[in-house]
Design a protein around this ligand. Structure first.
Ligand code: B12
Length: 224
């Protein structure tokens, strides 16, 4: 550890014990390592981006179309979910939020760890988030946006084939009379693309970047 005070965003933390525990799929050890980071003053944001995301990116070669180690990846996924639960426990946020978002991983894509983090970060900021889960048809996303009076629609995408689903969101919203509703995308397969290529308003680098964009959006809406 450096001498920089822990509250300083430049403070140095050792994320390796957390990354190693996650990659070993050892959720108990991962929780211990997370607690050490929290006790030393590390922010949730850095635990997610420098711990969880970093560990998951190292799993690339175990989860390709050719090679696929389901058990190992699921154990890591369970450890990630356990850490997320500690960072954002149930009841962490008010039930009545200041604005509502709907979020989903679209049809054909079953990845949901990133989406779940986005939901918890937004709930933690006091927003109401309606989570439609994974493998969600575009029609369900649009009808939920209408029913819940959402102020933005959020989509998460981890596999390339889901890009074509994302491109259907805006036309489907327009057909339902919600063409002005902002659409925000995120996740490994989508963040490589420009908003225009996906026909969305914003492509987030990570959950926190997306949350900052949405906060600015809601604040501008509240002022007008
Ligand atoms: C874990 C994992 C799985 C798990 C998923 C478990 C789960 N419940 O999610 C399982 C084992 C089920 C799985 C399955 C498959 N997987 Co997989 N998987 C991964 C892996 C290793 C990690 C993904 C992850 O959870 N990352 C951690 C999270 C926290 O990161 P994230 O999702 O990016 O989210 C962060 C940000 O992007 C952001 N974010 C995410 N969404 C959104 C949305 C909004 C609105 C905002 C604001 C922000 C935001 O917030 C998060 C926190 O900051 C990736 C490799 C990788 N590097 O991504 C491959 C990967 C995504 N999988 C891949 C593949 C090929 C598959 C399979 C097709 C394999 C197969 N042979 O069947 C299947 C998919 C089946 C399907 N139809 O969906 C490929 C996709 C390649 C491609 N471009 O298409 C990858 C990239 C691996 C690779 N290098 O080839 N997988």
């Amino acid at each position: 550890m450096s001498n920089v005070p822990p509250s300083d965003p430049r403070a140095e933390f050792d994320f390796q014990p957390l990354i190693d525990a996650l990659l070993a799929g050892d959720h108990k050890l991962a929780l211990t390592a997370t607690q050490v980071l929290i006790d030393r003053g590390c922010s949730r944001e850095r635990i997610v981006t420098e711990g969880l995301e970093h560990a998951m990116s190292r799993l690339d070669d175990k989860c390709t179309v050719d090679s696929f180690n389901l058990l190992e990846i699921m154990l890591v996924g369970r450890a990630v979910s356990a850490v997320v639960h500690v960072l954002y426990p149930d009841g962490y946020a008010p039930t009545e939020g200041r604005a509502t978002f709907v979020i989903a991983t679209l049809e054909g894509d079953v990845h949901d760890l990133g989406k779940n983090i986005v939901r918890m970060v937004l709930v933690g900021k006091g927003f109401r988030v309606v989570d439609l889960g994974r493998d969600c048809p575009v029609e369900n996303l649009v009808s939920a946006a209408q029913r819940e009076d959402a102020v933005a629609v959020l989509v998460s995408g981890l596999i390339s084939p889901v890009v074509s689903q994302v491109r259907k969101v805006r036309p489907a919203l327009s057909a339902a009379g919600l063409g002005e509703l902002p659409v925000v995308a995120g996740g490994a397969a989508l963040k490589q693309l420009q908003p225009r290529a996906l026909d969305v308003d914003y492509v987030a680098e990570n959950a926190f970047d997306g949350a900052r964009y949405l906060e600015r959006l809601v604040e501008a809406d509240e002022r007008s």
